[in-house]
Design a protein around this ligand. Structure first.
Ligand code: AMP
Length: 113
């Protein structure tokens, strides 16, 4: 946990969030600025800077993130979704705590912006 990390603060219960799924190691909650009708952020409870760091240190934790993302999408969008891990500022990462975005509920364009 880092005191300045917004997702660590949500995990700790210091900041409110609309939580959909909680497991021993993962939390899924609605994105505060949704980019699709369904937009849910799935985070490991433990702090890792990005998905690459999570994969290197805790592959099972990454697998749990993907499993929970799929559960959310099954529940909210009949299992059709995009799972995005922005990694690094140039890719659009703004919160440096590993997270996957579950985006669903509308047609997705390709290539992404
Ligand atoms: P990224 O830009 O890929 O790092 O994604 C970070 C996401 O976190 C953005 O989509 C933000 O809208 C979202 N976000 C930031 N603060 C909060 C918060 N307090 N509760 C829920 N989502 C948040």
């Amino acid at each position: 946990m880092t005191a300045e990390c917004v997702f660590c603060r949500i995990v700790a219960g210091d900041l409110p969030a609309a939580v959909l799924v909680e497991t021993d190691t993962v939390l899924a909650f609605r994105d505060i600025a949704p980019q699709a009708p369904v937009h849910v952020v799935v985070v490991p409870k433990e702090h890792h800077t990005d998905v690459a760091a999570l994969a290197a240190v805790d592959p099972a934790g990454l697998a749990e993130v993907v499993k929970v993302a799929n559960e959310v999408a099954e529940r909210e969008a009949e299992g059709e979704y995009r799972l995005v891990f922005n990694t690094g500022p140039d890719a659009g990462q703004s919160v440096f705590h590993a997270h996957g975005h579950v985006l669903a509920g509308r047609l997705m364009g390709w290539p992404p912006g």
